[in-house]
Design a protein around this ligand. Structure first.
Ligand code: NIG
Ligand code: FE
Length: 411
């Protein structure tokens, strides 16, 4: 049995039995912090916490690791509910093309972008993809990520989509972190189906989804609903087929254009709608008071130099906002959520508390992990972040670019 006691914690953040599984609108301002606290973890499970003055002392020292957190904060690990962590190689040549004036969409039209990643992934073996992904996940953990969602979508053939999802299945067992899998066969039309949308959608529905269901390869289904990608009707058809196979929708919408995909996805009980750089009144109306999480990806906005999602307006309309990295080789080559936290504060005017709620409880909800992750509660099996010595919590997003996460513990 492994037992860990963290004592003298300057602030134990997002800790308490009455923390909701989803915080919307104004509730996102609330962030409980227990000062001068202790936290006990047994076999990864949170078994006790409280103020140091209420700590009963230690009766059984066997196998106990004691960590003195004097001057440091402890918070639930970040929950990254939107990533594309399995990919073959980076795409810095497109980064340079964009600096020289091409847009992300222009690069995609030339066969770059997602199709570029699909080509390299199709050629790479399952083992090699797995090894690369393990290394990336180790880096994400060092940044404080304690759970992540991973999408397919760089396969775009039956074999390559299944290969990606099998890699994710193996990561679930071997990467030492909670992972949820999302099938994103509808990420782009392969070049040979550019003029034959029906053909590719039939392949997704009749060949990919049944195999994914048979092998239990995914929990969620995603579609990139966007001009030049999948229309709202195409998205609806694919999501419906996914739902019949037990896959819950979680979609890419409104990154470059507002097509009405948000309303449709909410109607289809999407767990989350992600990106939302472009938002219209009707999109807000559809999300208002719904249980669909609005997931904003500010490091994608930073990297592509596109607008930031209007989290403030969403919160004013009682929407639950999550923040995630979108880690992928094209639009977001970083999975560092401290940077996301900082961008959310600086560029989207979220308070540090709102942004941390978006990165923890709401991120956990957006990948169906509320029972184990997102807050520090008795019985939860979340890893926790131990920070370096910092004056207060706002210092983390304030001090952008610094690595203030000392280590991740438990889980
Ligand atoms: O979430 N927008 C669609 N998909 C990814 C980017 C994929 C890529 O460029 O490789 C995103 O930004
Ligand atoms: Fe994405």
């Amino acid at each position: 049995m492994s037992k860990i006691l963290i004592k003298n914690i300057k602030g134990l953040v997002q800790c308490g039995e009455d923390i909701p599984n989803l915080k919307r609108g104004k509730e996102m301002k609330e962030l409980p912090i227990l000062e001068n606290a202790f936290l006990a973890i047994e076999d990864g499970v949170i078994v006790a916490y409280g103020k140091m003055e209420d700590w009963g002392g230690i009766t059984d020292w066997r196998d106990l690791l004691v960590i003195d957190a004097d001057g440091k904060y402890v918070l639930p690990a970040f929950c990254d509910s939107h990533t594309h962590t399995v990919f073959a190689r980076s795409r810095e040549e497109e980064f340079v093309d964009r600096i020289n004036g091409l847009s992300y969409e222009e690069i995609a039209m030339r066969g770059g972008g997602i199709l570029n990643s699909a080509k390299t992934l199709q050629e790479m073996s399952e083992d090699e993809l797995f090894e690369h992904a393990v290394q990336r996940i180790e880096l994400l953990k060092s940044y404080g990520t304690g759970a992540l969602e991973i999408k397919s979508g760089y396969g775009l053939t039956v074999d390559a989509e299944l290969k990606m999802l099998r890699v994710v299945k193996r990561l679930k067992k071997e990467a030492g972190i909670a992972i949820k899998a999302t099938f994103l066969g509808a990420h782009a039309f392969p070049s040979e189906y550019k003029e034959d949308h029906r053909g590719y959608i039939d392949m997704i529905i009749n060949e990919m989804i049944p195999k994914i269901q048979e092998e239990g390869l995914a929990e969620y289904i995603d579609v990139f609903c966007e001009r030049n990608y999948f229309s709202v009707d195409e998205m609806a058809e694919i999501l419906e087929a996914g739902a019949k196979a037990g896959l819950t929708p979680k979609v890419h919408v409104n990154q470059f254009s507002a097509l009405g995909g948000i309303r449709k996805a909410v109607e289809m009980n999407a767990l989350s709608v992600d990106h939302l750089e472009e938002l219209e009144e009707d999109d807000i109306g559809a999300l208002k008071n719904s249980d669909t999480v609005a997931t904003i990806l500010p490091s994608c906005s930073h990297f592509l130099n596109i607008p930031y999602g209007d989290a403030k307006r969403l919160m004013e309309n009682n929407v639950a906002v999550a923040l995630a990295s979108d880690f992928n080789p094209g639009s977001t080559p970083s999975g560092n959520l401290s940077f996301v936290w900082s961008l959310a504060c600086v560029k989207m005017r979220m308070t540090p508390e709102e942004a941390l709620n978006a990165l923890t409880v709401n991120g956990a909800f957006a990948m169906g992990l509320s029972d184990s992750h997102g807050s520090i509660k008795l019985g939860k099996k979340t890893p926790v972040i131990l920070t370096k010595k910092i004056p207060n919590l706002a210092y983390i997003p304030y001090s952008f670019g610094d690595q203030l996460i000392e280590q991740i513990i438990g889980g």
